[in-house]
Design a binder for this molecule. Structure first.
Ligand SMILES: Nc1ncnc2c1ncn2[C@@H]1O[C@H](COP(=O)(O)OP(=O)(O)OC[C@H]2O[C@@H]([n+]3cccc(C(=O)O)c3)[C@H](O)[C@@H]2O)[C@@H](O)[C@H]1O
Ligand SMILES: Nc1ncnc2c1ncn2[C@@H]1O[C@H](COP(=O)(O)OP(=O)(O)OP(=O)(O)O)[C@@H](O)[C@H]1O
Ligand SMILES: NC(=O)CC[C@H](N)C(=O)O
Length: 605
C-alpha cells in the first residue's frame, strides 16, 4: 500500500465570476499544498459556478471558461504548485451545435479537468445528466463518454496511484463511470459535486457514496459546493469513504473548508485504455494519462509530512432544525452579498413571520445591516407594536415607524366616488406598506425581504404588490409550523449559549393575524396550521390526488377547499421573489405547474 494525502476544497464560488473563482482555486490549492496534499478536488463547475443555466448556451461564456481553466493551470505552475494534481469542474464544449437549440456554443459539457505541471492534462464530462426536480441538464449539456484515469506518482517511492474522475449525478445513477472505475482498476474515485441542500439529503448522500465506493472497489472522495445561488443552497458536507464504504472523513455543513486526509491505497498496476460497457446501455472509453513526478512546494511549518493513517477529520453534524436554519441564513447571506447589496429592509409587524425573517437576516449579515419599518394601521393591535419594538431591542436592528393610516385615508379620499371597502380596502393597507418598503429601498439601497411562509404561498394567503412585494423571500419554502419550530429552536440555542433570546416569546405564542381588519385571525380564512401543513405536505410535496389524500385520512371537505386554494394561487406564486429551497419540492424550480389550467381534482363518491 502507498500513502496519498488528499484535500477536498469545499468552496463558495459565484456563478459567472470566472476571475474570482479562478483566484479561489489557486488560493485553496496553495493552502492544500501547504498541508502536504498531492491531489486537491474542487466542486463541480467550480470555475463557472453552478448552475449556469442558459449561460451554457452562450459561446462567449464557454470560451471564457475554457480560457480561464488554462490560465489557472499556468498560474498554479508559476506559483510552484505544478506538482499538485488539481481536479476542478468547468464548462467545456464538444464541436458541433448546442443540443436542440442549434446555438453556436458547441455542444456544452459539464466538465472536469485535471491540472498538473502547468497544463490541462485530461478532461472529461458528466455522463449522467440530471433532468428532474431543480435540474434541467438535457436543456444544456450533452453527456460525457469517457472515464479519465490519471496516474499520480507517490513522492519518495517508485509507486503511483490510479485516480478516476466522475461528476455528481454519475453517482446517483446505476452504471456509467462508477461501474467502469472498477474495470479500470483505479484505487481512488474523485467526484466533484454541486448537490443542493434539502432536508434529510445528507443521510441519503452518505448511503449513496458508501454504496458507490463498494461498487467501484475504490476509495471515494466526494467534494460538494458550498453557498447560495438564487433559490439553491449548497451545503458542502463533503465525504471520504474507504473502498468498503467506511467513513474516513466528513466536512462541515454550510461553510467553506479544506478537508485533508491521508489515504492508504494499492499502487497502480493496470495500464490499458479501452471502451467498456458502462452497464447502462452505453460505452465508456477509459482514457489514461501518467503524470510526471514534479516536486511539491515546502510544507507549512506545523504540518507533519509522515502518514497519519488515522481516519478524520470529522466535523460535527447539525440536527434537522439547525441544518434548515443554517440553509436559510447562508441562502440569504449569499443572495445579498453576491447581488451587491450590503443591507436589507423588511416590514416588521410583531408577528412571527417577520420576526423570524429579521432574525435570519441579522444572523446572515449582522443586525447593524438590517433595517425594519413598523407600519401600524387602524387595525394593528397594541402588541403588534410592542412585540416589534421588543425584537428591535433584543437584536439591535435599525428601526423606524411610519404610521400608514393617513396614507391609506388619503388614497381612499383621492379615489373620489370609488367605493373602497371590504377586501380592496384591507389589501390597500398591505400595498401601502409595499410601496413604502420599495420607496425606502430605492432611496437607501436596501434589498427588500418578503416575509411569506410556504403555507401562505401554497394557499395564496398574501397580497399581490403588498406583503409579497420584494426581492428575496427567506422563508418562502418554510411551512408555518416549521416557522414556529425554528423560532423556538433559535431562542433555545441563544439561551443555551448564555445570550438573549432574539425573538419575543409573545410573537411565537400569539395566534397569527394579518391585522388587515378588526379582530382578524388567520384561522378565519385557513384551517389550523398543523392540520393545513400536514395536508399541504401530502398535496404539494408528495403530489397526492384527492382520492389518495382522503385515503390518507384528511377530511374530505378540507381536501376540496385546500386543493382549490392551492390550485388557484399558482399565479401569485409565479410573481413571488425567489427564496432558499429547503424542502424536497419548493415552489419555483421543483414544482412547476401551468397557471392557466382547467384540471381540477375530483372528489370521489
Ligand atoms: N389567474 C390569475 N392570473 C393573474 N392574476 C390574477 C389571477 N387571478 C386573480 N388575479 C389577480 O389577483 C387579484 C387577487 O389577489 P390579491 O390582490 O392579492 O387579493 P386576494 O388574494 O383576494 O386577497 C389577499 C388575501 O391575503 C390575505 N393576507 C394574509 C396575510 C397577510 C396579508 C397581507 O397583505 O399582509 C394578506 C388577506 O387577508 C386576503 O385574504 C385579483 O384581483 C386579480 O387582479
Ligand atoms: N403593522 C405592521 N407593520 C409593519 N409591517 C406589517 C404590519 N402588519 C403586517 N406587516 C407586514 O406584512 C407581513 C404579512 O403579515 P402576516 O400576518 O402574514 O405575517 P406576520 O405578522 O409576520 O406573522 P403572523 O402571520 O404570525 O401574524 C408581515 O410579515 C409584515 O412584513
Ligand atoms: N449537479 C448534479 O448533478 C446534482 C444531481 C444530484 N442528484 C444531486 O442532487 O446531488
Amino acid at each position: 500500500m502507498v500513502m496519498l494525502r488528499i484535500a477536498l476544497a469545499q468552496v463558495n464560488v459565484t456563478v459567472g465570476d470566472l476571475a474570482g473563482n479562478a483566484d479561489i482555486v489557486v488560493d485553496w490549492t496553495r493552502r492544500a499544498a501547504a498541508r502536504g496534499a498531492r491531489v486537491v478536488v474542487f466542486p463541480e463547475m467550480a470555475l463557472t459556478g453552478y448552475p449556469v443555466e442558459d449561460l451554457a448556451l452562450r459561446a462567449s461564456f464557454v470560451d471564457a471558461s475554457i480560457a480561464v481553466l488554462r490560465e489557472v493551470a499556468e498560474r498554479l505552475s508559476v506559483e510552484g504548485l505544478g506538482g499538485i494534481a488539481v481536479v476542478a469542474g468547468y464548462l467545456d464544449r464538444r464541436p458541433g451545435l448546442a443540443p436542440r437549440t442549434g446555438l453556436p456554443a458547441g455542444a456544452p459539457l459539464d466538465a472536469a479537468a485535471v491540472l498538473h505541471g502547468g497544463r490541462v492534462v485530461i478532461t472529461s464530462a458528466k455522463h449522467h445528466l440530471p433532468n428532474y426536480g431543480v435540474f434541467d441538464e438535457y436543456r444544456y449539456f450533452v453527456p460525457g463518454n469517457t472515464l479519465p484515469v490519471f496516474r499520480l506518482p507517490v513522492p519518495g517511492t517508485s509507486d503511483a496511484v490510479d485516480i478516476a474522475v466522475a461528476i455528481c449525478e454519475d453517482l446517483w445513477q446505476d452504471g456509467g463511470p462508477v461501474a467502469v472505475t472498477r474495470h479500470a482498476g483505479a484505487s481512488l474515485l474523485v467526484v466533484p459535486n454541486a448537490s443542493p441542500y434539502e432536508r434529510g439529503k445528507d443521510d441519503v448522500r452518505l448511503d449513496l457514496v458508501q454504496r458507490r465506493a463498494r461498487e467501484a472497489g475504490a476509495v471515494l472522495a466526494y467534494c460538494n459546493l458550498v453557498g447560495g445561488q438564487d433559490e439553491l443552497v449548497f451545503d458542502g458536507d463533503s465525504i471520504l469513504v474507504s473502498a468498503s464504504g467506511e467513513p474516513l472523513a466528513r466536512g462541515p455543513q454550510f461553510e467553506e473548508a479544506l478537508i485533508v486526509a491521508d489515504l492508504e491505497l494499492p499502487p497502480a498496476v493496470s495500464d490499458s485504455g479501452e471502451a467498456v460497457d458502462a452497464g447502462d446501455g452505453s460505452l465508456i472509453t477509459i482514457e489514461r494519462v501518467a503524470l510526471p513526478d514534479i516536486a511539491a512546494p515546502p510544507l507549512a511549518a506545523d504540518v507533519d509530512p509522515a502518514a497519519a493513517a488515522e481516519p478524520g477529520p470529522f466535523w460535527p453534524r447539525l440536527d434537522d432544525l439547525a441544518e434548515v436554519y443554517a440553509a436559510l441564513v447562508l441562502g440569504t447571506a449569499d443572495y445579498v452579498r453576491k447581488n451587491g447589496f450590503r443591507t436589507v429592509l423588511l416590514a416588521l409587524s410583531g408577528g412571527i413571520d417577520s420576526a423570524l425573517v429579521a432574525t435570519i437576516a441579522a444572523d446572515a449579515i449582522g443586525p447593524e445591516q438590517v433595517h425594519v419599518i413598523l407600519m401600524p394601521s387602524k387595525w394593528s393591535s397594541d402588541h403588534s407594536v410592542t412585540d416589534a419594538e421588543d425584537l428591535v431591542e433584543r437584536q439591535g436592528l435599525h428601526a423606524r415607524t411610519i404610521a400608514i393610516q393617513a396614507i391609506v385615508d388619503s388614497f381612499r379620499d383621492g379615489l373620489g366616488d370609488f367605493p373602497l371597502a371590504g377586501l380592496p380596502a384591507e389589501n390597500l393597507q398591505s400595498r401601502v406598506r409595499g410601496v413604502i418598503n420599495m420607496a425606502v429601498s430605492n432611496d437607501e439601497g436596501h434589498l427588500v425581504l418578503t416575509t411569506g411562509n410556504k403555507s401562505e404561498l401554497a394557499t395564496g394567503y398574501s397580497t399581490l404588490y403588498g406583503d409579497s412585494a420584494g426581492g428575496f423571500g427567506p422563508i418562502k419554502d418554510v411551512p408555518k409550523t416549521v416557522v414556529w419550530a425554528l423560532s423556538r429552536w433559535r431562542n433555545a440555542t441563544a439561551v443555551a449559549a448564555g445570550m438573549t433570546a432574539p425573538i419575543p416569546p409573545n410573537s411565537i405564542e400569539k395566534p397569527p393575524s394579518a391585522e388587515l381588519a378588526p379582530g382578524q385571525l388567520d384561522t378565519d380564512s385557513l384551517p389550523d396550521y398543523f392540520v393545513l401543513d400536514a395536508l399541504l405536505d401530502d398535496y404539494v410535496e408528495k403530489d397526492m390526488g384527492s382520492a389518495e389524500l382522503i385515503a390518507a385520512g384528511h377530511d374530505p371537505a378540507l381536501v376540496a377547499r385546500v386543493i382549490r386554494l392551492v390550485d388557484l394561487a399558482e399565479y401569485k406564486r409565479r410573481q413571488y421573489p425567489p427564496g432558499p429551497k429547503i424542502s424536497q419540492k419548493n415552489f419555483g424550480r421543483d414544482r412547476r405547474l401551468p397557471i392557466t389550467s382547467r384540471w381540477r381534482e375530483t372528489l370521489p363518491g
